[in-house]
Structure formats: C-alpha cells, structure tokens
Design a protein around this ligand. Structure first.
Ligand code: URA
Length: 441
C-alpha cells in the first residue's frame, strides 16, 4: 500500500478503507510516513470530509497508537466528561465529585491550558500539594476507593493525535469537524471510560462559533461513540461570555467550591447540575429529572464538597483551602476596572476575557511557560447587567503590577456597553444523543 494512493483517493472524494486508515496512522506515528504526505492527506480530508465510518476508524486507530487505560479493576459504569474548552469553565471540578458522590466512578485524565482557555490540571495545581501526576496503579486505587481522580494524561496517550494535531496546527487544518471529533474521541477512548459526556461550547469564546457547527461536531462525536460502543451524549452550551464570574486558576477552584456549597452564580451552578445529571443518566441512575434532583440534593447536603475534599487529600492536596479561601496563595495586586459610562452590558467577548486573564499571568502561550495560580479576573458585571458610570466591571488579580495596564486594556475591549437592554442569552442550546438532536433554545 502506498501513501500516495491514499492521498489520491481522498483527494478524489473516495471513502478510505480501514486498511488505508491503519496504514496512514501506524506509518505516521511510527515515523515512516513523512510530514509532507500527512499534510497533504489532512488537507484532502479538510476539503473532502470523511463519513462516519471513516471518522470512527481514524479515531480507533489513533486511540490504540499508544498507551491505553484499563479501568476494569474499578466496578460499575465509568463515565468520563470532556469540554471542548471555554473561558471560566471550571465545571469538571464540581461535576466529577458530584457524580462520584452518587456512586458513579469518574477516573479522569485532563489537560493543561493553552492560549485563552484554562486547563483543569492548572486549576487543581493551585491547591497546595495537589499532584496531578500519579502512578497508574495509584490513580486506579484512588478512583476505586474515593470514586474519582483527576490526573494528567500520560506522555504516551494517543501519540498519533499529538503528532497529527501539531501538524494540523501549522497547515490550516485544525478546524475540520472529522479531524477535531477523532482527535477528541481518540483520547477519551484511550482513557478507558464506558460512557462519555461531551460539553460542546459554542460562541465567541469557543472553537465553534455557531450552534449549527457545534451540533455538527457533537453529532460527529456521538456517531463515533456509537460505532465503538461507548455511549456518548453531548450538550451544546453557550460560551459567548465566560462561565460564572471567576477566570483564573485558584479563582476558579473557589467558584467550583461555591457550586458545591450552593452559593455560585446561576449559570455555572445550573451547567454543573445539568452535566452531572447527564453523566448519571449515562450510568443508568434514573431519568434526567430524577438525576437533576439527586445532584441538587448532593449540593444541599454537602456530599459533593466532601467528595472533592476526599479526592484532593488522596492526591496530596490540602483540602483546608476549599473551606477557607484565604489559605490559597494570594495575588500581590488587586485592581478594580470601573465603567467609564452608564449602560447595559450588551455583549461580552469571552475570548478577550480569556486573553486578559492570560496577560495577567493565569495562562500560558507555550506549554513550557509558568503560570501564576492566583492571577485572573473576577467579573462583577456580565451580559444583561446594568452598570452606572464608575461601577466596578471586574477585579483584576496578579502577582506582577506591570501586567495590569495591558490586562485592563484587553479586558475593557471585551465589554460592549450600550443603551438597549439585550435579550437574555439561553445557556443550554441543544442535547445530541444517538436518539437525535433536541434543541433547547
Ligand atoms: N481539541 C482536541 O483535542 N483536538 C482538536 O482537534 C481540537 C480541539
């Protein structure tokens, strides 16, 4: 089999056979297929697309290109969750312990933040002592005994995706639905869960800018799940403005704890309830309504927070910070940004808020950059709020006062104030499952 013919078949719009896809993935990951041929194929896929069968085959070939996780020593249906990435998205920190507190194991591998979106590992590492690097046996033991664990992906998880993603990044082939879907699902499948809940973000702070594109991506991933017998459901949620009020690592851990204490803003609180309830449905714990009620009860009775503390301690962290936020490392500089006019916040650019938080030290440009765990932004006003001139729009936190000027400039550009009250933005846009697309807004 020649790579030349595989490229030609896709260029001419033919369906790639399982053997062709295997030849490409094994050859590219193994180093016998050069970048220039892989680039040509990625571009042919970008232009010609792939059907559900090809996408599932590509996913499975990538999933087994390296290390895979065997979760069979943990009893019960293991459910994983994945967010396509957004600003202020701290849902994993609340949803994982909530679901585990109801007896559904969540052994989870997460990633670091890059660019304007934060990463779960960086957030967890703002808890003193918390270690995201656990030996495989210890990871499984924590997941078995506590019910949940959140660790970093091992270096050898889905090496084919790592190589292909880096290539797509420099060949204008990232924003291609079959390639995104197979990239995400290959990592979820290699991580071993029986069922997968996807939170596909949609809006100015997300990869997918429109509901239609988000649904298309969700459908591609749900189809892959069907093909490989991992039950998969996707919620399409709004990311036109940041989720909740906190953006930045320790700030987001505090807000996730507020979700578990029942004192968080309603958008983040409701999103966590909905995600957790859908994960419970995937584990056959009841109807969606029953599962929502169960999740709310675990917030009210403190069981979700207790489970988070248990997980943090099992991974070496100091759970006292989750009760007393003053024990987190504190920012050296706290600066209020005030409105220069009165008006309605009629639009926010979530990506700009993420970029401003990065500028303050909360994120990184390159994977090797250090981050400031205390840096970030607390939004006092969001879309739909009225502000008087001089009211605080947001508070900036950083350890480096020289970063405030640019942080404020970028944050101001994220706010659009106007005279017309905007229409409320629906938070849940659609639910996609093997049964079809249910539009929620
Ligand atoms: N996230 C991934 O893991 N892969 C993509 O291709 C895009 C987003």
């Amino acid at each position: 089999m020649r790579m030349y013919d595989i490229i030609k078949h896709k260029r001419d719009g033919l369906e790639l056979t399982p053997q062709e896809i295997n030849h490409f993935v094994a050859g590219y990951a193994g180093g016998s297929i050069p970048d220039y041929q892989a680039s040509a194929l990625a571009m042919a896929i970008f232009l010609r697309g792939m059907n559900a069968r090809e996408t599932a085959n590509l996913t499975m070939e990538m999933a087994v290109s390296g290390d895979t996780v065997d979760l069979s020593s943990i009893p019960g249906t293991k459910v994983d969750k994945h967010s396509t990435g957004g600003v202020g998205d701290k849902t994993t920190l609340a949803v994982v312990p909530l679901v585990a507190s109801l007896g559904v194991p969540v052994p989870k591998m997460s990633g670091r933040g890059l660019g304007h979106t934060g990463g779960t590992l960086d957030k967890l590492e703002s808890i003193p002592g918390y270690s995201v690097q656990q030996e495989r046996a210890r990871f499984l033991e924590i997941a078995r005994t506590v019910g949940c664990a959140v660790v970093g992906q091992t270096a050898d998880l889905v090496p084919a995706d790592k190589k292909l993603y880096a290539l797509r990044d420099v060949t204008a082939t990232v924003d291609c639905i079959p390639l995104i879907a197979s990239s995400i699902m290959s990592k979820k499948i290699a991580a071993g869960a029986d069922a997968i809940l996807l939170d596909v973000k949609c809006g100015s702070g997300a990869f997918m800018k429109t509901t239609e594109l988000a649904i298309e991506l969700a459908q591609a991933m749900v189809d892959i799940g069907e093909h490989v017998e991992r039950q998969t459901v996707a919620l399409i949620t709004d990311m036109d403005q940041p989720l909740g009020h906190a953006v930045g690592n320790s700030l987001e851990v505090m807000e996730a704890c507020d979700v578990l204490k029942g004192s968080a803003p309603s958008d983040i609180a409701e999103t966590c309830v909905e995600l957790a309830a859908n994960m419970l449905v995937l584990a056959d714990k009841g109807s969606l309504d029953e599962c929502r009620r169960m999740v709310r009860a675990q917030i009210a009775n403190g069981a979700g927070l207790a489970k988070l503390c248990e997980m943090v301690e099992a991974q070496g962290g100091d759970a006292a910070v989750l009760h007393d936020y003053a024990l987190f490392a504190q920012p050296k500089v706290v600066h209020e940004v005030r409105a220069t006019r009165a008006g309605w916040v009629c639009h926010m650019d979530a990506e700009r808020v993420g970029v401003a938080a990065c500028e303050l030290g909360a994120g990184r440009e390159r994977i090797e950059d250090a981050i400031d765990p205390s840096a970030g932004i607390v939004l006092a006003r969001k879309t739909g709020d009225w502000v008087e001139r001089g009211d605080v729009l947001a508070t900036l936190c950083t350890s480096d006062s020289s970063l405030i000027y640019d942080g404020e400039r970028i944050l101001r550009s994220a706010y659009e104030l106007g005279d017309e009250q905007p229409r409320p933005v629906p938070h849940f846009l659609a639910r996609v499952s093997a049964q079809g697309v249910e539009r929620l807004a």
